[in-house]
Design a protein. Structure first.
Length: 335
């Protein structure tokens, strides 16, 4: 089964706080310390309209927004931006309509230096959009729209490029592409990382057979495996094919299981503004750091730092850090 390369000299992280031996670990995170790994991200791209309010009303009424932004969204697209900010080479394979929202999505990704050659704009289709309402505690209400008529075919995807990637990261919003790309990655022995969220329960087991690293949201894990503790649920996931299974638990941190053991790290405490896209940031960062050959536990802690920083700003991308910003944050924050 494909696996990421063996750990290289660099970050050393042990249990307890985020870092033990801070100086060497943070030096390894410096800009330019690791050649940018190439990650193909497959799945959802969208346009988010985010409104921050004081509190959700107890009944329907008019509410004044304290702040509003319009920004790119979508799980794979957000992960690609997280990777690019951290110095990786991110390539997005996705779909939009040929409308104003699609143009905005493309422009936002290009501004982040994400490769969008295989972000296809389909004539007559409508780009996915979301209205996201965020209260003072960072909790969200999301109303999303996806075009059911969006072409799902994959004949235009350059599958031969998969062999050139260091990893493939995919979500469940475009199943035809996910199957095709993960199958090719398996053939080429390129590691695959799955962002497993709600919405594709009937297809999930077949996708897991093509997956090396499966990372679930807590609701998706509990939908797939309704009973047992999370540790037991992760064991059930591994029995379906992945060598590694993890679950993001929000304020309770991150839990994962691989060949060796079950491990857990707590979340890094921050003042939360908006949790939108925190999981996407975690998936993108984890994939990049794994592709760099870092130990799994180090990757989880670093990805948790990226997700925590994202939560301090409104929107799915505003808080995403560069490698240097992540190092500075982790030097002053501990779980």
């Amino acid at each position: 089964m494909p696996a990421f390369p063996s750990p290289r000299a660099g970050i050393i992280v042990r249990g307890g706080g985020i870092f033990q031996g801070v100086s060497g670990a943070l030096a390894a995170l410096g800009e330019g310390m690791v050649a940018g790994r190439s990650i193909i991200c497959v799945g959802h791209a969208a346009l988010d309209r985010i409104y921050r309010i004081e509190a959700f009303p107890p009944q329907p009424t008019k509410v004044r927004a304290l702040e509003h932004i319009e920004t790119g969204g979508g799980m794979a697209a957000n992960a690609a931006v997280a990777i690019a900010r951290l110095g990786g080479r991110a390539e997005l394979w996705s779909r939009t309509g040929d409308d104003a929202a699609g143009s905005s999505v493309r422009a936002g990704l290009q501004a982040e230096r994400v490769d969008v050659r295989y972000l296809q704009a389909f004539e007559g289709a409508r780009t996915s959009t979301s209205a996201i309402i965020v209260d003072r505690d960072g909790e969200r209400l999301i109303v999303g729209q996806r075009d059911a008529g969006m072409p799902s075919g994959t004949s235009w995807l350059p599958l031969e490029r998969v062999r050139e990637a260091d990893a493939v990261l995919g979500d469940l919003r475009w199943l035809e592409a996910l199957r095709s790309v993960f199958a090719r990655a398996k053939q080429e022995r390129i590691p695959t990382v799955l962002d497993a969220d709600l919405g594709a329960r009937e297809a999930l087991e077949s996708i897991l057979r093509l997956t090396d690293y499966a990372i679930f949201s807590a609701p998706a894990l509990r939908e797939l495996v309704p009973s047992g503790a999370d540790e037991e649920r992760l064991a059930a996931v591994r029995s379906l094919g992945p060598r590694y299974a993890g679950v993001t638990l929000g304020a309770e941190g991150y839990l994962w299981r691989d060949d060796n053991e079950v491990q857990h790290i707590p979340a890094i405490p921050v003042s939360v503004t908006d949790t939108t896209g925190a999981g996407d940031a975690f998936h993108g960062a984890l994939t990049l750091f794994l592709a760099e050959g870092r130990p799994v536990a180090d990757c989880a802690r670093l990805a948790s730092g990226v997700a925590a920083m994202k939560c301090t700003r409104l929107g799915s991308r505003s808080g995403l850090p560069s490698r240097r910003e992540l190092a500075a944050f982790l030097s002053t924050h501990a779980a």
